[in-house]
Design a protein around this ligand. Sequence first.
Ligand code: ASP
Length: 348
Amino acid sequence: MVTRFVLALVLINSINGCKTEKLNEENKKPGRTEIALVIHGGAGTIRREEMSPEREKAYHVALKQALEAGYTVLENGGTSVDAVVTSISIMEDSPLFNAGKGAVFSHAGKNELDASIMEGNTLMAGAVAGVATIKNPIKAAHAVMTKSSHVMLTGNGADQFAKEQGLEIVDQAYFFDSARYQQFLELSPPAKANEKTAARKEKKFGTVGAVALDQLGNIAAGTSTGGMTNKKYGRVGDSPIIGAGTYAKNISCGVSATGWGEYFIRLLVAHDISAMMEYAGLSLEAAADSVIMKKLPALGGDGGIIALDRSGNISMTFNTDGMYRGFIRKKGEAKTFIYKDEDLSASE
Ligand code: ASP
């Protein structure tokens, strides 16, 4: 009797083992070798009437620069992970975005940064949260993924790890941007907005993210942010949380999110899109649409995602007025967009 039970267990385990192996095999299958890269610089209340032509141009230039640098990595046979780190680092260095230099201020008047990265072939991932001295948090997330046995490091420990890894360390003053500081002053006491209305009022997210498909058919996704203005008590949003703000799996897709992080965490937005493709056989666009245009607003959340699948299909779906975004693929020409009403179909 006992022997039979043990035999049955062994059989079940070996079947499950086969399934897991099959899934892993499937996940590693190279897709098309056509490279592609999609990026975002944050979603939110981004309206034409509030934007000067100079500022608009500055965003297009910065997005193009990030796209072209990442694409060059892919064209030269580099990995999707390297392309993601390259594109995000460029946006982190630009004060236009809420990541790295130009990050928003916390309630304590400090910059606390979050970032994550994931590789869709191996499902390896790395993240840092609440770091204060790392010039490029995405590089620290990458180091966590490749040089440690962990997935997420936080606060001083993460800063310390980055230093030991030889990453560039900066003073808090490096992150300062006067426009961001003004936003902070408007939302902090004595303006006395409660946390909910403060978050609502801001409505400008500005996080950055990238998703890439390399010549081997491997997908990677990454996200980097300063979080939300006036955040308190060491608040961490979705951006460094694998499955919420970032996810990548070769058999489905790679996703990077931007928006009101609390809602993205509750819905595990990035993983939900991937899971709908994997379990229900939805297309990338249908899965992204279902999560961003239906589930997210139903809960009261707003924001958007960028994503791509292993065939190089791209989604840039958002339910806000705008999302800084762009993509580049086979023909090698970067396309960038800001507002909701821009016609993407005409841009291919
Ligand atoms: N999702 C980010 C957060 O909640 C904010 C953003 O996308 O800008 O921290």
